[in-house]
Design a protein around this ligand. Structure first.
Ligand code: MTE
Length: 398
């Protein structure tokens, strides 16, 4: 699938002000103003494109993440899309290829679900820590533990859209393509995702993928994919393609760079390594200590800890055990899960632990009901994905 195969009439202007559409008179374009961005309360690791994560202490104030605190991970400036011109093309191994307008999508039955999104690069900066002296440093956005958020999404079931176009026998994967324009090695590509058809066809329950137009009860903001994005509960954020412009039904995973090359666990960024490794779909268990913050000076004695824990993205997975240690893993104290527990969502937790002058780090580990666990150490990978080893919070104790 090439970039030019997407209707560019839907993309009118990039955030940097460049007109990129063909065929539409700009005067006509914005009788309906495109959705304004809201003010975000994030630490921006880059602003062009926008990549930001919240302070961890703010992130765990509520189970449902307010949109202003929801991380943003984008590979290109936000495209500005006029919803009146928006078209979603659905084609490939289908009997009735079809183009949907935004109104047609909105008129289909609306389903609402709460699901955690997390970036495969969450906690990437830890791969450049002291543990990994003998391996090359990992480039990419140096995320700490904040590229995770739990929002309520509403939209149309992917399975309903696929039913309308009548998927043919032999189809195995569903590709998504975004309308953003990412400069890559002298050309421009779109951001693509792809999921196996078994996941795409889930039509009931919290694991069902959605074409979402609503986040936390309001229209999506440009940062989060306005007017329409995928939300694939249980899968890494990269599969939840924003600014959705095209869906292709195929017998193989998408050849798009972000499926065929990026978002894979590889030791080297070479064609052989890419071909030997499959795309990452489901996210593994992960957890972080969010208060106190890293580097805090604490008084000896009892300390309150809080954070998030995300069970692996399987049906029915929940956090089983969450343990913290202030003596380098010699003894462990159990944390208490608090608030809501729902499939494909994180849980928040509290713990109390005693620290003394010998405490240099507070450790955190967790297991889930499907047998997934956070390992003490995790092998390095070249792109710095899926960092989910024990969380280590450096502290000084007086
Ligand atoms: N979709 C498009 N079109 N372009 C992107 O850069 N980034 C992906 C995904 N969808 C991306 C995209 C990645 S890597 C993540 S983690 C999530 O969007 C982040 O979603 P958010 O910015 O709404 O938090």
């Amino acid at each position: 699938m090439t970039r030019s195969s997407i209707s560019r009439r839907t993309v009118l202007q990039t955030a940097s002000g460049l007109l990129v559409a063909g065929g539409l008179a700009p005067a006509l374009a914005f009788q309906n103003e495109p959705r304004e961005e809201i003010e975000k309360d994030l630490i921006f690791r880059s602003v062009k494109p926008r990549n930001g994560e919240p302070e961890l202490a703010k992130l765990v104030k509520s189970w449902q993440t307010p949109t202003e605190l929801f991380y943003v991970r984008s590979h290109a400036p936000n495209p500005v899309i006029d919803p009146r011109q928006f078209k979603l093309r659905v084609e490939g191994m289908v009997r009735r290829p079809r183009t949907f307008s935004f109104d047609e999508i909105k008129q289909m039955p609306t389903v609402s679900t709460t699901a955690t999104l997390t970036c495969a690069g969450n906690r990437r900066s830890e791969y450049n820590g002291p543990e990994y002296q003998d391996v090359p440093s990992v480039s990419g956005v140096q995320w700490e533990g904040g590229t995770i958020g739990n929002a309520t999404w509403a939209g149309t079931l992917l399975a309903s859209v696929l039913k309308q176009v009548e998927v043919t026998e032999g189809a195995k994967h569903i590709w998504f393509e975004g309308l953003d324009q990412i400069p890559k090695k002298g050309s421009v590509i779109g951001f693509g995702g792809s999921i196996p058809i078994e996941k795409a066809m889930v039509a009931e329950g919290p694991g069902a993928p959605l074409l979402s137009h609503t986040m936390n009860g309001a229209q999506l903001t440009p940062d989060h994919g306005y007017p329409l994005r995928m939300v694939v509960p249980g899968y890494i954020g990269a599969r939840s393609v924003k600014w959705l412009g095209k869906i292709v039904v195929s017998d193989r995973p998408s050849p798009n760079h972000y499926v065929a090359t990026a978002y894979k666990i590889v030791k080297k960024t070479s064609p052989l390594d890419w071909s030997e490794s499959g795309p990452i779909y489901r996210f593994p268990i992960n957890a972080a200590i969010c208060t106190p913050s890293a580097g805090s000076t604490l008084n000896a004695g009892s300390v309150n800890l809080s954070g998030y824990a995300l069970p692996s993205g399987r049906n029915g997975s929940s956090i089983k055990d969450l343990l913290v240690s202030a003596d380098d893993g010699k003894t462990w104290t159990r944390g208490e899960m608090i608030g809501k527990k729902q499939d494909f969502c994180w849980q928040l937790w509290n713990a109390q632990i005693k620290v003394n002058a010998n405490t240099k780090e507070i450790l955190l580990r967790a297991t889930d009901s499907t047998g997934d666990f956070m390992p003490a150490r995790i092998p390095w990978n070249a792109k710095g994905y899926l960092r989910n080893s024990w969380y280590r919070l450096p502290v000084t104790v007086k």
